[in-house]
Design a protein around this ligand. Structure first.
Ligand code: BG6
Length: 299
């Protein structure tokens, strides 16, 4: 989109477009309720901070901010597959949506001081090189005291297609070792750190005691991150999503990631709102499906 086209969408005093890290264009929202940044690269929310709070999203100091590479932190949009693509090790991890520039479909005020941005990514030659289907993605981002993200997928092909998707949310936490997650008690999960074996979360809050990469299928529960070192909790409420993924890379995996500092792992915990694995979605031609995550902060 041209700078003029973007400028014409701005909301004076509340939402404007600016050049962010790496020269990538981002939407900067500053309202009496919150501050947020949304990078058009990847349709990626990189920052959200309600007034009076510290940032809710973790963003790595080592992240790349480059076309064609994912941003490490914030909320990457994973589509149309989650993790590595089955049978295609060279395909980009978590799909192509987080690697491509998105357009801004609209920017508006919804109620008092709540900013609503709708970003759009439609199938093009680059996406068809990876995945043959036609689609339109719309990412509705509502910035108020809470952050609401709704990823809508529309099948604009003549055939049905099946996809996976995630709002891969990196939550900021004062110390992951002291944090717990409630909402997944007794839920079965596949352990990605242990050959995808199926296990069951005990009847107690989830704690991070080592590399954690758990894919909970068939769960629609609200999850709460209790950040005891930070004296707050962050709640992730969702709809249209049957998968929740909990991830923390811990020590060794952090050291192996180029775009993540070795000492950053205690400051993040991913609670990902997804439809993946056995919860992949099949859409008929012309059909739409929406998945929503709402992040709120409390004491
Ligand atoms: C999580 C996956 O969702 O994302 C992990 O469950 C993966 O297995 C992590 O390591 C980060 O992925 P990436 O591609 O952003 O490094």
């Amino acid at each position: 989109m041209t700078p003029d086209a973007l400028r014409s969408l701005e909301i004076p005093g509340l939402a404007r477009f600016e050049s962010g890290p790496g020269g990538l264009t981002r939407l900067a929202v500053t309202t009496p309720l919150a501050e947020a940044h949304v990078c058009l690269h990847g349709g990626h929310v990189t920052h959200f901070q309600p007034r009076g709070q510290s940032p809710v999203l973790f963003l790595s100091a080592r992240s790349f901010f480059e076309n064609g590479r994912p941003i490490r932190g914030g909320v990457p949009v994973c589509f149309p597959w989650f993790g590595p693509r089955a049978g295609q090790p060279d395909a980009p991890a978590h799909g192509f949506a987080r690697l491509l520039p998105w357009e801004v479909e609209s920017l508006s005020i919804d109620g008092e001081h709540i900013v609503l941005a709708v970003l759009r990514l439609a199938a093009n030659d680059e996406t068809r090189a990876h995945w043959p289907h036609d689609f339109v993605l719309r990412h509705h981002i509502v910035i108020g005291q809470r952050l609401t993200m709704m990823l809508e997928v529309e099948n604009t092909s003549r055939e049905p297609f099946t996809y996976e998707a995630a709002l891969h949310t990196y939550l900021a936490v004062a110390d992951a070792r002291a944090a717990t997650i409630t909402g997944l008690e007794n839920a079965p999960y596949r352990d990605k750190t242990d050959g995808l074996q199926t296990k069951v979360q005990p009847a107690e809050p989830l704690r991070f005691t080592g590399e954690t990469d758990r894919m909970f299928e068939n769960t629609r529960a609200t999850c709460t991150l209790h950040d005891s070192a930070g004296a707050r909790r962050i709640t992730v409420e969702k709809s249209g999503s049957a998968t929740t993924v909990v991830w923390n890379p811990w020590i060794e995996k952090s050291a192996a990631m180029k775009d993540f500092a070795d000492d950053e792992w205690p400051r993040m915990a991913c609670i990902e709102t997804a439809n993946a694995g056995t919860d992949a979605i099949t859409l008929a031609p012309g059909a739409k499906h929406a998945m929503r995550a709402v992040l709120s902060v409390g004491k």
